[in-house]
Write a protein that binds this ligand. Structure first.
Ligand code: HEC
Ligand code: HEC
Ligand code: HEC
Ligand code: HEC
Ligand code: HEC
Length: 252
């Protein structure tokens, strides 16, 4: 066997091993092993805990390596269950990072912008004072972290905003309309980004940037649930896009 052949075989074997292990690595342990993931992902999936564990699979958090310990605590380097669970508390324990009142600050470690806006909302005050009011998981789920759409948003708001409970029953339909407008504005901006490739420092570049920051502000404003302010941000976005379209491409 030539030297080159031997190197080739080594590569093929190494590749085979790495692709064999790939599904395990895709389970979230970006930098080596994570005992929470390694153990939980292989539990059969028949109990509540096991079903919960599996719901993390395929989430954006899995893809970005946000492992169980990031939200639940514990020791992801200990392979023994008891040692790994040191500090892990069930969601009904008020000291747990996933106790409903603590969820916003747990998620807020990484989603600071949303968390900050959320703390300015009436929802947050209700949650703090009376223990009622939505928190992050009400709208995004815990491990699956779904994004609300115009089709799903009304049903989430309706849990509390309905005629029976009498708190702002107009909210679900208004939220649906505003989220629809939000999604359309996002798509419009995306389309314009594909059409226009303005040169640096040009007026068009500035309008695109302004539209982008209005969209970002609208996204964050969701977390204050100020639907009128979101609409205002989207109006700004439209006027930036109008200026973008009417701007002569030859002007610097
Ligand atoms: C060797 C296997 C193993 C390891 C390692 C492990 N777990 Fe568990 N975990 C389990 C089993 C089995 C259960 C359910 C039965 C039980 O609670 O004893 C469980 C339960 C849980 C629960 C539910 C607790 C409750 O009281 O409702 C959470 C949350 C959890 N684990 C998170 C983690 C985190 C975070 C890590 C890593 C820091 C981790 N686990 C490491 C096997 C493991
Ligand atoms: C982005 C944060 C986040 C990540 C990552 C995450 N969880 Fe959770 N998990 C939560 C929150 C918040 C709750 C409580 C709310 C709920 O039950 O929906 C929860 C609930 C649970 C429960 C139910 C326990 C109880 O006491 O109610 C189990 C079991 C669990 N998670 C296991 C895991 C495992 C295993 C992983 C990794 C494979 C994981 N979680 C990853 C946020 C997370
Ligand atoms: C350790 C950091 C970390 C924690 C803690 C965390 N996340 Fe994330 N989350 C991320 C990253 C990274 C992304 C990928 C998007 C990005 O890069 O901004 C993400 C994405 C998301 C998305 C967007 C999903 C999409 O499809 O675009 C939502 C919604 C979300 N997280 C909600 C939550 C919620 C709710 C919690 C608490 C239960 C939480 N996150 C806790 C890091 C974190
Ligand atoms: C009452 C419902 C609700 C609550 C509570 C809520 N969100 Fe959101 N969240 C939304 C909506 C609606 C959007 C905008 C959807 C979109 O971007 O298309 C959003 C967007 C996001 C995004 C951006 C996703 C993307 O498209 O990039 C993140 C991250 C996020 N929320 C995190 C959080 C965190 C963290 C909390 C808790 C502090 C929280 N959310 C509480 C409804 C909610
Ligand atoms: C878990 C219950 C719950 C859910 C779910 C919920 N809300 Fe609320 N919301 C409340 C409560 C409680 C109040 C305060 C009512 C009061 O003033 O007495 C409130 C108030 C509001 C207000 C008035 C706030 C203000 O600052 O004047 C708006 C707007 C609102 N919610 C929007 C939403 C939207 C949009 C959704 C869905 C994406 C939603 N809510 C989901 C419980 C909820």
């Amino acid at each position: 066997m030539s030297r080159l052949e031997r190197i080739l075989i080594c590569c093929v074997v190494a590749y085979g091993i790495s692709s064999f292990w790939a599904p395990v690595n895709a389970a979230g342990n970006k930098n080596g092993s994570n005992s929470c993931v390694d153990c939980h992902i292989h539990l059969p999936g028949s109990s509540f805990v096991e079903v919960k564990s599996h719901s993390w699979k395929g989430s954006i958090h899995q893809k970005k390596g946000v492992t169980c310990d990031k939200c639940h605590g514990g020791n992801p380097h200990a392979s023994d269950q008891k040692a790994a669970h040191a500090g892990v508390l069930g969601s009904s324990d008020p000291r747990s990072p996933v106790y409903y009142k603590n969820i916003p600050s747990t998620c807020g470690k990484c989603h600071g912008g949303e968390f900050y806006k959320f703390t300015q909302s009436l929802h947050y005050k209700m949650l703090e004072s009376k223990g009622k009011g939505p928190e992050c998981v009400t709208c995004h789920g815990s491990m699956v972290t779904s994004i609300l759409t115009p089709d799903t948003v009304a049903s989430v708001c309706e849990q509390c905003h309905n005629e029976r409970m009498g708190i702002f029953p107009y909210v679900p339909q208004k939220a649906k309309a505003v989220l629809l407008l939000f999604k359309e504005s996002e798509a419009l901006l995306d389309a314009d980004r594909k059409i226009y490739h303005p040169s640096r420092g040009s007026a068009r570049e500035r309008y695109l940037r302004e539209a982008q920051s209005s969209l970002h502000a609208a996204k964050l404003d969701w977390h204050r649930f100020d639907l009128d302010s979101i609409t205002g941000q989207l109006q700004d976005l439209y006027s930036s896009l109008e200026k973008l379209q009417s701007e002569s491409p030859h002007k610097p």
